[in-house]
Design a protein around this ligand. Structure first.
Ligand code: HEM
Length: 411
């Protein structure tokens, strides 16, 4: 029987070496039932009742596909403490909602994210990736892969989709870093977290609302124009919905794909056999490599759900009002599903990872776009700089995002 002598709610836990994190979650997965943890004290919300840590793949699947029992609204999915009411204005978009409001929003925005729509962006993503690698080669080895390469592609693509001009990319980047800065003093003022979050949310909302007001009069082919002007079914977003959706998009689209690309380079550096295999047949093996990168990187560590009525799941009882936290990072290492789970194996097949969430209404809206961005970035990088390597990652101190802030690259 494993002894749980660590606390997932302690910020220090998330600063420990990765090997210790691996071992801690391995022990949690061995338990007969999910461990229960007290919530962390935070300055801007009352302390909540604690949470069950769901760490096995089967539990994450089951909770994800039963949103009527495990809901995302009622305090939010992106945070363990219930979100204070004043945050909903900026952070209360569909990821933190349940049907029917969730379904309505998802219906309106999902048209922009179908594989067919993303296909139209393919040439833009390719051109952006090529430009980023041109700049990298011009700068030469020794630069920061995260800021010079990994962060640039998702930022440009999301901003271009929305119609945000290049002059505002940096503004968006800094605010999204502040929103997901975790416990990291490089991005977060730990004494003023609430003000910082609300200010960043307000500034992003203002940016998109000003753009939307303009697009309402002068529509273009960008997503903001499509969202402010009534579409085929006559549905459109309110200005508040548009603002919070934009915040969700920039944060979800940037802070995740960037980390998948950075971890991807690190994984290829640490596993030369897998790099060699990939280089032998780049077009054929890249799709598998991308899935394996997302599995092991698990850029989003968890989402939270609240139990809507007393129920049983996989033999364990849950009571109405309790919280469960779905640790995707752990499910993606579950020995019951993945052979030799810590091994980076680009030929893993099947690879039923839950990096983009489990099956259910909240499955990542941007999964297809993210896959294309990661694929095209590595195609460009490995074609032109097949031996590029990433050095020791400077990790983001966060329990929510598995982030790399900086990583020197050599080639
Ligand atoms: C490797 C990159 C990415 C990862 C690992 C990732 C992961 C996730 C996860 C775990 C969820 C939550 C699922 C749940 O609650 O059940 C999610 C939802 C979401 N993601 Fe992503 N994501 C990525 C890229 C993107 C991109 C590029 C975009 C948009 C441009 C995006 C937009 C969204 C949105 C809007 C939701 C909420 C969907 C809903 O509630 O219906 N994501 N993502």
């Amino acid at each position: 029987m494993s002894v749980i002598d660590f606390d997932l709610s302690a910020p220090e836990f998330w600063a420990r070496p990765m090997a210790e994190r691996e071992e801690a979650f391995r022990r949690l997965r061995e338990l007969d039932k999910p461990a229960f943890f007290e919530e962390m004290e935070i300055s801007f919300a009352p302390k909540g009742p604690g949470y069950h840590a769901l760490v096995r793949h089967a539990d994450i699947l089951e909770a994800s596909r039963n949103p009527e029992l495990f809901c995302s609204g009622d305090g939010g999915a992106t945070n363990i403490p219930d979100m204070p009411a004043e945050f909903a204005e900026y952070f209360g978009s569909m990821i933190n909602m349940d049907d029917p409001r969730h379904a309505r929003l998802r219906r309106i925005v999902s048209r922009a994210f179908t594989p067919r729509m993303i296909k139209q962006f393919e040439a833009d993503v390719e051109a952006a990736a090529a430009r980023i690698v041109d700049d990298l080669i011009a700068r030469g080895p020794g630069c920061d892969f995260v800021t010079e390469v990994a962060a640039r592609l998702p930022l440009k693509i999301i901003c271009d989709m929305m119609g945000i001009p290049p002059g505002d990319y940096r503004f968006v980047f800094e605010r999204s870093n502040r929103i997901l800065g975790g416990f990291d003093p490089e991005y977060t003022d730990l004494d003023n977290v609430a003000t910082q979050l609300l200010t960043a949310g307000h500034e992003l909302q203002q940016l998109v609302q000003e753009l939307a007001a303009h697009r309402a009069e002068h529509p273009t082919d960008d997503l903001t124009s499509a969202l402010v002007n009534a579409n085929i079914d006559g549905e459109r977003l309110t200005m508040q919905e548009l603002g919070s959706f934009f915040i969700l998009l920039v944060v979800a689209g940037n802070e995740t794909t960037r980390n998948a690309i950075s971890y991807g380079l690190r994984l290829l550096t640490k596993n030369p056999d897998q790099r060699a295999l990939l280089l032998e047949d780049l077009p054929g093996r890249l799709p598998g490599a991308v899935e394996e990168i997302v599995r092991l990187a698990s850029p989003v560590n968890f989402m939270r759900r609240k139990v809507t009525r007393d129920c049983e799941m996989n033999g364990n009882a849950y009571r109405k009002g309790e919280k469960v936290v779905l640790y995707y990072w752990s499910a993606n290492r579950d020995e019951r599903v993945f052979d030799d789970p810590l091994r980076f194996d680009i030929t893993r097949d099947p690879n039923p990872h839950v990096g983009f969430g489990g099956p259910g209404p909240h499955f990542c809206l941007g999964a297809h776009l993210a896959r294309r961005e990661i694929t095209l970035m590595f195609r460009e990088l490995l074609t032109r700089l097949p031996h590029i390597e990433g050095g020791r990652p400077d990790r983001l101190h966060s329990h929510f995002i598995n982030g790399i802030k900086h990583m020197e690259c050599t080639f």
